[in-house]
Design a protein. Structure first.
Length: 453
């Protein structure tokens, strides 16, 4: 298996710390609002990566944290007049609901910052004892980047290249403008006692402390969105290596950015799309397939046309199984599984994998009933991608309708009677009327079924 390592800038043969086992830490969400499709892109991709490791019989230890203490959460909690942890709890529940709707499986561990203050303080104290952390005049506690020779190795930035323009406020208590906060003192909203006074953790220290607790001082894969590469992941590496004198994560993975119709997604541009909004229009598996049609490292432009294309591809799989009317138990085609695994073992090349499946279904659509067992491997692979989990009838009827289901059935019955009476004009008029409402009819083996267009 080859995986692109952001740390080295090249594909490398994956060599886990323990044979046939993989340890993965993914930076999770900061819950202060509903999750958006940018989040969906990242976590669907890592969900598929974890699923593939399991598909190839790896034992997986998957950790995905929750940043439930953060400036954005504190600000939103003040606006809503509730406590910080009550607000984060509310949106953690919403996050779990949306993840479940998208078919994203739960991690093995989902640690929260608020539950790991002791571990965070212990790591900061270790850094201070080793001379990598400092405080001035009762200021916040900072990490001294000049003490770590490899700072900037992940993002390919030298300290000279890190300009003051990358910092919102120049802090006179810092030794260098790139020094980052490990512990914030005199904070509003929420705080804990510490050797440096009441306060709360800085952003970066949490992930180092929690990943090490659950995966050890050295583990296989650390990942997240590309926007986390600098400064978050850069800072994680620095503080973790200095605290433990170990290598921390071996492989760093980053998902590419998402744009809306070729524009950056933002609330100010009014193109901010939540998962809940998109699932009102498209089946969760359509959203999932849309993201898998682009390699996880590449930028992706979100558009209705792109989602419609994904729906056409997924429709074809569901129709093929529906037309054959076959049972849920199948035998397997090892050649298809091998081709699929070869594609995915090349840095999780989901676009190539999907093309292989499209070609395969094209051949199966012409297959005689005697060879229906070949659908088995296709179903197994689709399921491993989080696809073809729904019943065809539910899949094709998913989403809001402009017409009641009982009215659709009445019109279908009326059309069938018209066809029996050879009144094909009326039958065509009814089909056209339903099509205008977004309903497509399909006549299969003497039965008419309907689906959303």
């Amino acid at each position: 298996m080859k995986i692109f390592n952001s740390l080295t800038g090249k594909k490398e043969t994956f060599k886990p710390k323990v044979k046939n086992q993989v340890s993965i830490y993914i930076c999770g969400l900061t819950p202060y609002d509903d999750i958006h499709i940018g989040h969906a892109r990242t976590f669907i991709n890592f969900d598929v990566i974890v699923r593939f490791f399991k598909f190839t019989k790896y034992k997986v230890n998957y950790v995905r944290n929750i940043t439930d203490v953060d400036d954005k959460i504190i600000l939103r909690a003040k606006e809503d007049g509730i406590s910080v942890l009550d607000l984060s709890k509310k949106y953690i529940e919403e996050m779990h609901h949306d993840f479940s709707s998208l078919g994203i499986e739960d991690p093995d561990q989902e640690p929260k910052v608020s539950d790991h203050i002791n571990e965070i303080i212990a790591m900061i104290k270790s850094l201070e004892d080793k001379g990598y952390a400092y405080t001035k005049n009762d200021s916040d506690v900072y990490f001294d980047v000049q003490k770590y020779d490899d700072y900037g190795s992940l993002s390919n930035r030298s300290l000279d290249q890190i300009s003051s323009s990358e910092r919102i406020i120049k802090d006179l208590n810092k030794n260098h403008e790139a020094d980052f906060v490990l512990w914030k003192t005199n904070t509003d909203g929420i705080s804990w006692p510490s050797p440096w006074g009441e306060g709360r953790p800085g952003w970066h220290i949490e992930c180092s402390a929690m990943s090490i607790k659950y995966l050890g001082e050295e583990f296989d894969i650390h990942g997240g969105g590309l926007d986390l590469k600098f400064p978050h992941h850069e800072n994680e590496i620095a503080q973790a290596k200095c605290a433990t004198q170990k290598n921390f994560a071996s492989t760093w993975m980053h998902t590419g950015p998402l744009r809306i119709e070729d524009e950056k997604m933002s609330k100010s541009l009014k193109n901010f799309i939540t998962v809940k909004e998109i699932l009102n229009k498209f089946h969760p598996e359509v959203v999932r397939l849309f993201f898998l049609l682009t390699h996880y490292r590449n930028p992706i432009s979100y558009s209705n046309d792109g989602l419609s294309n994904a729906k056409k591809i997924l429709d074809r799989f569901y129709l093929a199984f529906n037309k054959k009317n076959i049972s849920k138990e199948f035998s397997e085609d090892n050649s298809l599984i091998k081709d699929y695994e070869l594609a995915m073992k090349d840095d999780f090349n989901t676009p190539k994998a999907i093309k292989i499946l499209q070609s395969y279904i094209g051949n199966l659509e012409k297959t005689s009933d005697d060879n229906l067992n070949k659908f088995g491997s296709l179903k197994k692979i689709l399921n491993s991608l989080g696809l073809f989990k729904d019943e065809p009838e539910n899949y094709f009827k998913y989403g809001d309708l402009d017409i009641q289901e009982n009215e659709i059935e009445l019109l279908i019955n009326e059309r069938n009677r018209a066809r029996e009476n050879k009144d094909f004009g009326l039958a065509d008029d009814i089909r056209t009327k339903l099509k205008a409402k977004g309903i497509v009819l399909e006549d299969l083996e003497g039965k008419t079924v309907w689906k959303k267009s």
